[in-house]
Design a protein around this ligand. Structure first.
Ligand code: 5AD
Length: 354
């Protein structure tokens, strides 16, 4: 195991699929601790003790997709649908700036319409004055739409592939969702010059360790420079909820293994310690950093709107103001010897080197 870790640390992509699978299969807690320590050492090699912050604004929960796992799926009638106005988004962006964050993620349900495309363009133009690094996370779109949003000021885009296994994908989505189109969108994003991020969920019903190893190889093949992964967490109003049989502890361990092995394989990409980890354990986000992640995405959406954007149950921080969350984050990071990077917009070293 140690030689495998040493080999991984020498240079990026220095593991075979089989070796990735072996690192994802460690079962003793000593071995897992060594794996995470090595991944964190690599995080330090590329990012020092700094953690990049991206404030996230949840623009709206209207969604055309009907993913079997997601709480804001089109068919869920128990959700009160909303969309923020540009004035509201600007106010939340001001909060982001006041907290010293230099990067912003705009996330929302997937909508493909000219009206929505224009709305996002206008939003991006209204946010230009803040000089943030802006990431969009608005799902599958045509290449033309991606280009328009890039021209309007976005520089990064997050589109999780959810799982690299097409067959598994088809058990988690209705037939109208096509894995190949999603993979194609990642290609378009690269072609449009975005810093592209992708990611997957772990602990999905029916998912194997072999699938997860393929996910990590997929990250490299898709030329992603940012990775956002998290455990699948059930939402009671979704068809998949009854298939969720894995304990929270096992989900947390699996998600942390994915972060660690992704760091060991890809080295210098941005890896987020996602909110879903915090849903599993109060210190889940810190555990993500300790396993090699270097990005945290605090929610800067107004607390009055947060309840309507629940992709899974147990979403943390529903009532916590952005300022209180920042103070808690500062303290939590200090306790593990890390600090917020206020100096940069947190571009991936991989993207800068290109
Ligand atoms: N559990 C965990 N993550 C989820 N997402 C959606 N629903 C869930 C869930 N039930 C994730 C998907 C999506 C991202 C915005 O949220 O990976 O890409």
């Amino acid at each position: 195991m140690k030689t495998l870790i040493d080999k991984a640390m020498e240079k990026p992509c220095n593991l075979s699929l089989d070796e990735i699978e072996r690192l994802l299969s460690l079962s003793s807690s000593d071995d897992r601790t060594s794996l995470r320590k090595a991944a964190r050492a690599l995080k330090h090699r590329y990012f020092g003790n700094k953690v990049s912050i991206r404030g996230i604004i949840e623009l709206g929960n209207i969604c055309a997709k009907d993913c079997y796992y997601c709480g804001i799926r089109k068919s869920n009638r128990n959700v009160e649908r909303y969309r923020l106005s540009i004035a509201e988004i600007e106010r939340m962006a001001e909060t982001n700036a006041a907290l010293g964050y230099k990067s912003l993620v705009l996330q929302g349900g997937e909508i493909e319409s000219e009206e929505n495309t224009r709305f996002i363009e206008e939003t991006l133009k209204a946010l230009a004055k803040f000089d943030f690094g802006i990431t969009l996370s608005l799902g599958e779109q045509t290449k033309d739409v991606y280009r328009r949003w890039k021209d309007a000021g976005a520089s990064r885009y997050l589109l999780r592939i959810e799982t690299s296994n097409r067959e598994l994908y088809s058990t988690l989505h209705p037939p109208s969702c096509d894995w190949r189109r999603r993979a194609e969108c990642l290609k378009y994003l690269n072609e449009c010059g975005y810093q592209t991020g992708t990611g997957t969920m772990s602990s999905l019903p029916g998912q194997t360790i072999n699938d997860l190893a393929h996910d990590i190889v997929f990250f490299n093949e898709s030329k992603a420079v940012m990775i956002g992964m998290g455990p699948y967490l059930s939402h009671p109003d979704t068809p998949l909820a009854k298939c969720d049989l894995i304990s929270n502890q096992d989900k947390l361990e699996r998600a942390l293994d994915m972060i660690a092995v992704t760091r060991l394989y890809l080295h210098d990409v941005n890896i987020a310690s996602t909110t879903a980890l915090e849903a599993l354990a109060a210190d889940g986000r810190e555990q993500g950093i300790l396993a090699g992640a270097n990005v945290v995405m605090p929610n800067v959406t107004d607390v009055t709107r947060r309840k309507a954007y629940q992709l899974y149950s147990g979403k943390p921080g529903l009532d916590e103001t952005s300022l209180a969350a920042k103070e808690r984050l500062d303290a939590a990071l200090a306790a593990i010897g890390e600090e917020i990077d206020y100096a940069t917009r947190g571009d991936s070293p991989r993207a800068q080197g290109e």
